[in-house]
Design a protein around this ligand. Structure first.
Ligand SMILES: [Zn+2]
Length: 250
């Protein structure tokens, strides 16, 4: 199972992860690994079409395979950091490698348009222009697409830090959302991991907007590039899995 060390840290004046919250993340990661492994042998084609559109089954399978390999072979350390409220209200974020739009150094990207950024994929786009020089990272000749394909995971650094804010702990999600706290936290973990392992960005949030990307985006890569499409797809499998194994329903 887990090949990495799971760590918990606290940043600034944020409240530390208590034992119960640590356990929720540990459980979410265990389930994520199981779901990824199951998908390798039995891809959920209908659900993939639903969340990523027709024609993306192969690309999604490669992404899931990549995520699985990263977590089981490449990753040595995964640190979840309890962080103070984010000025832009983000629930979670990663930094400072890719321009996810969640990087505090990436103000110019945040205010610009995502497509302009994507068109630079073939150049050395993975630079944080506004970051202090020692924090700038350049990975040449690497595109989001190749990042997701088989073996792309070897390019991801072996230790990751994922920042989660009070909005994560309180489950600050849409009141109309029928999904529960554990579903929400699982989705957040999967969403943030996709930023780093699959080089996703934030184009749209939420089920409705993400499925709209899958159905209507003129470029079929758009839903593949959006973190919440991965988070919500994996969280849907998580939900169905839990429903199936609840004893009163079998
Ligand atoms: Zn995101």
């Amino acid at each position: 199972m887990m090949a990495y060390t799971l760590r918990f840290d606290t940043s600034g004046n944020a409240t530390a992860f208590n034992i119960a919250e640590q356990q929720k993340i540990r459980t979410a990661l265990g389930l994520l690994e199981t779901i990824l492994a199951e998908n390798l042998s039995n891809p959920k084609c209908k659900m993939i079409k639903n969340w990523f559109g027709r024609g993306n089954i192969k690309a999604v399978s490669e992404g899931l395979n990549n995520m699985h390999k990263y977590l089981t072979r490449r990753c040595t350390s995964l640190t979840f950091v309890s962080a103070p409220n984010h000025p832009q209200g983000f629930i979670g974020y990663v930094k400072p490698m890719v321009k996810t739009g969640l990087n505090p150094f990436d103000q110019s990207f945040e205010n610009g348009n995502h497509h302009g950024h994507r068109h630079n994929d073939n150049a050395i786009h993975r630079i944080n222009d506004n970051a202090p020089r020692h924090k700038q990272i350049v990975i040449p000749k690497q595109t989001a697409k190749t990042f997701r394909e088989n073996c792309g995971y070897v390019n991801v650094q072996s230790g990751l830090r994922i920042y989660l804010t009070p909005a994560y702990f309180s489950g600050n999600f849409d009141q109309n959302d029928p999904n529960d706290e554990l579903w929400f936290k699982f989705r957040c973990v999967a969403h943030e991991l996709s930023h780093r392992i699959l080089d996703t960005i934030d184009i749209a949030y939420g089920a409705r907007a993400s499925q709209r990307l899958a159905l209507l985006a003129p470029d079929k890569n758009t839903p593949l590039n959006n973190a919440d499409n991965w988070g919500l797809y994996l969280a849907e499998i998580y939900k169905f899995r839990n429903l199936k194994i609840r004893p009163e329903l079998t």
